[in-house]
Design a protein around this ligand. Structure first.
Ligand SMILES: *Cc1c(COP(=O)(O)O)cnc(C)c1O
Length: 353
């Protein structure tokens, strides 16, 4: 087991802090008279009964997720989307104007966005042109020479390129780096790869992110979760807003966890649509490249991305234009839709030019 001293990388003032003590945590019983939190004891104005503050630590969800992920509930942190998890990691471990995060464009822009919000230095090493794999020699060289880097973000499968990152490369970074390595697995369910959760017992600097926004089909409830060493979870619990996950969200997620097999049905349906669409896209000569994908979207390189984007918009079809990202010149990212949606996309593409 690789163990770094996590107390060395957390911001010192946070290490010294106590968690905010929420009213609901000071007494843990149920059938009491709760006149401790200034709630309305009579009921709610809405049809949905929500006059009481929710469980600040989301114990029921964590217990259910722990079984699903085969880890301890103490290794789970739950956020208002994985976006909140990313934000809190940066806030806990990076000192503004001093520390840095490292990530590998073209990639999901939230890492960069959160670093900007908190005034954290950003270090980028581009993925390799063609394969979109990690430039591993350059990365290993960088991390051995720069101890201002506190967190490395790896998106796997990568958004927007869709490919899986080589496991051996990730493992060598985990081995070499004495800060946190965050693997963002928002799309892992669509791939045949094994989650890095299975490596949590080997590395106390490994952090795995998952979300209910994609394969679970629950983007609007806003729930993501982070799995890591207990000490990291404790640090995040210390700084999070006490009631970051609402009662309605907690109930909805708990309900979903009780019939999680449905997720597999959705994934199978999406992969079936993926295979049909990818095959059909081959007929268009203006699509110069269809990148291999392990996710629920595909990145394509076309002759003129802006022109095609506008053409699709005119037909009421919205794709993501990623042309401004490095190594994504003239590239559009298309999420696999329903059979009907994909058919309309193909019809629109046939009318292009
Ligand atoms: C969609 C997405 C997420 C999910 O974010 P939520 O805040 O949980 O909705 C996380 N990471 C990546 C790479 C994504 O594309």
């Amino acid at each position: 087991m690789k163990k770094i001293n996590l107390n060395n990388i957390i911001r010192n003032h946070i290490l010294q802090m106590q968690a905010y003590s929420a009213a609901r945590l000071e007494f843990d019983g149920s059938n009491a008279i709760f006149i401790d939190a200034n709630e309305n004891p009579f009921g709610s104005v809405s049809d949905y009964s929500c006059n009481r503050y929710p469980d600040p630590l989301q114990t029921d969800i964590k217990n259910a997720l722990a079984i699903l992920e085969d880890i301890s509930p103490k290794q789970i942190f739950i956020g208002n989307g994985s976006d909140e998890c990313i934000d809190l990691l940066i806030r806990a471990y990076c000192e503004p104007k001093q520390d840095a995060i490292l990530y590998f464009p073209p990639v999901f822009s939230m890492y960069q966005h959160c670093a900007d919000v908190h005034h954290i230095h950003k270090q980028e090493i581009l993925l390799l042109e063609g394969s979109y794999q990690l430039d591993i020699d350059k990365i290993l060289n960088r991390i051995s020479n720069d101890d201002s880097i506190k967190i490395i973000f790896i998106c796997n499968p990568n958004n927007p390129t869709g490919n899986l990152i080589h496991t051996d490369d990730i493992l060598s970074i985990l081995d070499a780096f004495n800060g946190l390595v965050v693997i963002d697995e928002a799309y892992i369910d669509f791939s045949d790869a094994t989650s890095f959760v299975s490596h949590l017992h080997q590395f106390n600097n490994l952090v795995v992110l998952k979300t209910f926004s994609k394969s679970w089909g629950m983007a609007s409830i806003r729930l993501g979760y982070l799995m890591a060493d207990e000490q990291i979870i404790q640090a995040l619990n210390t700084i999070k807003m006490p009631y970051n996950i609402g009662q309605h969200t907690q109930e909805t997620v708990l309900n979903a966890l009780q019939h999680h097999q449905t997720k597999t049905d959705y994934i199978n349906e999406i992969i079936e649509q993926k295979n049909i669409l990818l095959e059909a896209l081959k007929q268009f000569s203006f699509i110069e490249k269809i990148y291999p994908t392990a996710a629920n979207y595909v990145l394509i390189k076309v002759d003129d991305a802006n022109k095609l984007y506008q053409h699709l918009i005119k037909d009421n079809i919205v794709v993501r234009n990623r042309s401004k990202l490095p190594l994504c010149e003239n590239s559009l990212r298309i999420t696999f839709g329903t059979a009907n949606e994909n058919q309309q996309l193909l019809t629109s593409l046939k009318n292009y030019q």
